[in-house]
Each structure stands twice: as C-alpha cells, then as structure tokens.
Design a binder for this molecule. Sequence first.
Ligand code: AR6
Length: 204
Amino acid sequence: MSPSSCASRAGRSSAAEAAEQAPSVPEIAVGRTRLLLVQGDITLQDADAIVNAANPGLLGGGGVDGAIHRAGGPAILEECRAIVARIGSCPAGQAVVTGGGLMRARHVIHAVGPVWRGGDRGEDGLLRDAYRSSLSLALSVGAGSLAFPCISTGAYGFPAGRAARIALEAVREFAREHGRPDEVRFVTFGPEDHRIYARLLEAP
Ligand code: AR6
C-alpha cells in the first residue's frame, strides 16, 4: 500500500470515528454540570475518567470490562490486583479507581452494578449507589469530566429503560447537590439504549 493511500485511509477512519463519537442530542445542563449523550465505544472517550461496569472480583471480564482492559493494557489489571490484595472485593453499589493505562482517560472508575434478580432484591438502590459512588470517586481524583456506560444492562440483565431512568436521576441529583463534575457523558453502545437515553434526556 502506498504512503498516500495509508494517509487517506487514516483520514477516513478518524472522520468516521469522530462522527461515531459525536454527541447526538443537544447537551442538557443541570446546574453547572453538562450532560451529554454519545453513541460509541467508551474506551475512545476523551474524558478525564471513564467508568467500567466491573464485577466484585475486579480482575476483568467480558462486555465493557473486557474492552477497557484490552484498550488500557496490563497496567490496569496490575492496579486492580493491588486493590484486591488490599480490600478483597468490591460489593455491588461501590467503586474503586485505577489509572487509564493506554487510553485517553486518566482514570478508570470500576463500578460494580447489581445483578438483576427480578427487581425486589434492592437492585434499583444498588444501581443508584454504583452511579453515586462513581461520581464521588471522580470528584476525589479531580476528574472534571466522566463517561458512563449503561451499568448492569448487559451480562447483569438489568432492564435498559429502568436502568437509564435510575442513571439519569442519580446523576442529576448528584450534580444538583455538588455543582460538579463539569461534564457527564452517557455512552451507549447499542441503538436501543441510545433511543432510550435520547427520549429521557429530551423530555421536559
Ligand atoms: N463501550 C461502551 N459500552 C459498551 C462497550 C463499549 N466498548 N461494550 C459493551 N458495552 P456489560 P454489566 C455496553 O455486560 O451488565 C462483565 O463480564 C453493553 O452494550 O459490559 O454491568 C463484568 O466483568 C451494555 O449496554 O456490564 C461483569 O462480570 C453495557 O455496556 C459483568 O460483565 C453493560 O454491559 C457486568 O455486567
């Protein structure tokens, strides 16, 4: 392949990447915090911190957890191992923080959401706690911008619409209370999650 065809390929792919990562609804302000909706891969986000949907063992897994460890490289797993040696495990509703390894984000906040067991086992409260714990950790490491995936809605089976309402309410409440962080992005992977968040964010 000639150098020029390489360059034009790189140009097309970064344009496609930029389009994929572009916010698709106007940003919403809650006090001093901007809320944005982005469809794409959270590992590519240019935010101070990204949130991982982790499990209590903290040593990686599938879904967004697998993607973050692949993109961030082995330094993240090393830090996770040190945390596990210190605290054992991280229960649902709580979160821990590591560096971002090779990704643009400086921090990864590993939040553990609840496994869906029908809805009457405290799942709503634990999901809300996972968002609030992540936001508190973001403030404690000085992250001004934070990107969330749809915690618990993949392997953990939490219904997507119910999870999105809890996520938005938890973030809005935290932003009203603290006036920070400056920016929160909801990063949806699939089109259905995107439609759900767009509807909720556009609602008056
Ligand atoms: N960027 C953004 N979102 C993603 C990405 C990505 N690269 N990949 C997947 N998603 P899941 P959970 C979305 O299963 O339900 C792991 O094995 C996905 O479409 O990653 O909290 C952990 O180790 C879905 O909307 O997390 C745990 O064992 C959302 O991320 C368990 O899964 C969450 O799906 C946690 O399950």
